[in-house]
Each structure stands twice: as structure tokens, then as C-alpha cells.
Design a protein around this ligand. Structure first.
Ligand code: MG
Length: 167
């Protein structure tokens, strides 16, 4: 173990999430509602980007994972807006002495095409994280028709975040 008092100027975190897609549910991605005949089957609003972002933030601070902080078994989180989870996690990041520096998001979804939604997602994430737009990246990929993402049975997201020491 490193000596006590040893403090990193930067910390990196990564998060991943996947949800099943089912008819008749709304599809929330990166805080934006996307027009789609299918949406996420989830305990909360099923926003894979915000869930992966929360795991990345918690991971960078070694503070556990989203399930530790918001157990799916707890009914108070049912149908909850995932930005409310993020609002509870950001103070933990600040309390650990760090602030988000930049974030890079990849979304894995076959349909619909997310091109028109990427800028609104970046703007929403930038606002939620209090970051300039150029520090928030959103990329989208399909899965070449391979299951489960390519067969439109699932959506996934991967997020990398860099934190910087702010104290
Ligand atoms: Mg999730």
C-alpha cells in the first residue's frame, strides 16, 4: 500500500450498464427521451447512460457501485428519474476531494439512430455535471445485428470519466 497522505491529482473511472428493451416503455438515454416503440425494462427510468456514469464516478472514488447506493430492492427508487441518483452521487465525489473533468460516453443501440439526440444529450450531461460542452462526449454505435443489442432486445452504455483533485 502507498504511504498515507499520498494523493492522486487525477482519478479515472469507468462504468457499464445494459437494460432489456420491451414494448410500451419510454426510452430515456442520457437524460433525454428518445422516440422509440421500445423502452427500458428497469426499476428506475432505466437510463443506461446515467447509470454507467454514476458507476464511473463511484468507481473513480472507489465508493462502490450504483447497486450499493440505490438497491433495486428498495421501493423508494421505483420509477425514479436517474438524474436524481446522479444528484445524490455528485456530492460524494466532491466530498472525496475531486470534481469531474471530462466524460466520454458510448451508447450501444441498434435502433433508432441517435444522431439527432447526441447534442441534446451532451448539453444535458454538461448541465448535470456542471461541465463545458467540449468536456462531454457522446458516441453511438450499433451492434451489426448481433444479439442482444443488434436484435433490438437490449441497450447498453459505457462511460469513462476523469476526475481532478479540487482541494
Ligand atoms: Mg441500470
Amino acid at each position: 500500500m502507498a504511504e498515507p497522505g499520498w494523493v492522486l491529482p487525477y482519478k479515472i473511472g469507468q462504468g457499464y450498464d445494459l437494460h432489456r428493451l420491451v414494448p410500451g416503455q419510454k426510452l430515456m438515454i442520457g437524460g433525454i427521451q428518445v422516440e422509440s416503440p421500445v423502452g427500458c425494462e428497469a426499476h428506475s427510468d432505466g437510463d443506461v447512460v446515467l447509470h454507467a456514469l454514476i458507476d464511473a464516478l463511484l468507481g473513480a472514488c472507489a465508493l462502490g457501485d450504483i447497486g450499493d447506493h440505490f438497491p433495486p430492492s428498495d421501493d423508494q427508487y421505483k420509477g425514479m428519474d436517474s438524474s436524481a441518483f446522479l444528484a445524490k452521487v455528485l456530492p460524494l465525489v466532491t466530498a472525496s476531494g475531486y470534481r469531474p473533468g471530462n466524460v466520454d460516453v458510448t451508447i450501444f443501440l441498434e435502433k433508432p439512430k441517435l444522431g439527432p439526440y447526441k447534442l441534446p444529450m451532451r448539453e444535458t450531461l454538461a448541465q448535470l455535471l456542471n461541465l463545458p460542452l467540449q468536456c462531454v462526449s457522446v458516441k453511438a454505435k450499433t451492434a451489426e445485428k448481433f444479439p442482444p443489442i443488434g436484435t433490438q432486445e437490449a441497450i447498453a452504455a459505457s462511460v469513462t470519466v476523469l476526475l481532478y483533485l479540487s482541494t
